[in-house]
Write a protein that binds this ligand. Sequence first.
Ligand code: 2P0
Length: 319
Amino acid sequence: DCVPAPVASFEAFAPVNIALCKYWGKRNAALNLPVNDSLSVSLGNKGSTTRVAFLSDAQADEVYLNGSAVNRDSGFYKKVVAHIDLFRGLVPGCLRVDTVNDVATGAGLASSASGFAALTKALSGLYGLGLGDEQLSVLARLGSGSACRSVYDGFVRWHKGVRADGMDSFAKPLPESWPELRVGVLTLTGEEKKTGSREGMQRTVDSALLYGSWPEQAERDIARLEHAIVQRDFTLLGATAEQNAMAMHATMLASWPPLLYWQPESVVALQKVWQLREEGVPVYATMDAGPNVKLLFEANSTDDLAQVFPEMDIIVPFL
Ligand code: 2P0
């Protein structure tokens, strides 16, 4: 009599997030438990919308991405099915999963974070679980670490936790908002990366002596970011985020074999950012496990930046 009453289908949305203090390195790979806390901002209405529905008479789950069926041999399909399996014991049977990402694939914004957060919310709804945000965040984390932050809007901190079972490793939202904050996405190359972030962070942990300094860097930067957010200090926010990203990439470069996600176009963009700062434009850069550069600025710098980066996609995190 404790079996929840399932509904026929359920749809949920979750935003993409961009880390201002990065998640890089795991203490437990199977459970996606991180070495360090991270802090992100969710990107408003940019993200994933996922609908899940029970299938009758099906032998396998059906997964659709942006309207196209996903191949059952693909890693993506297997990760989605493994995530459904976390819930399936409640009500046996196969599902159809439809995900639509409204961020262009290859834009350098991780769709796995919004995708697994939206899938987790949708599954909780489908199985009638009514899970709280922290439980949703734990479950989303099992799909992809950074997905635990995409459960929320706004500024979000993922607390690494200390428990071996990971039940205290989840994200919580910060109460502050920042309506003037903007994220500019520079899509420099749509090239498929050779090393995924899962493999890349493992290589860094296993081989980079420099990684030894990373937990301390992250701890310092999170404290600075939280202070910057409370004080609305954009210079401190931007400078901390940029230095954190550069430090993360330094640990990658210190790995063996070396790991460099940057392309020549990335360096050109970073140098333009540094030149603009010298000219007095308050703009900072961050980069993730790919070649694209994301800019952090405030609304009143939009015109200056649009002149230098006409191809920039401007995102408003706080709608
Ligand atoms: C981040 N990244 O904090 C960092 C910065 C990439 C660079 O979170 O293995 O796809 O699924 O836990 O979450 C990308 O890592 O890795 C990521 P898994 P995930 O945004």
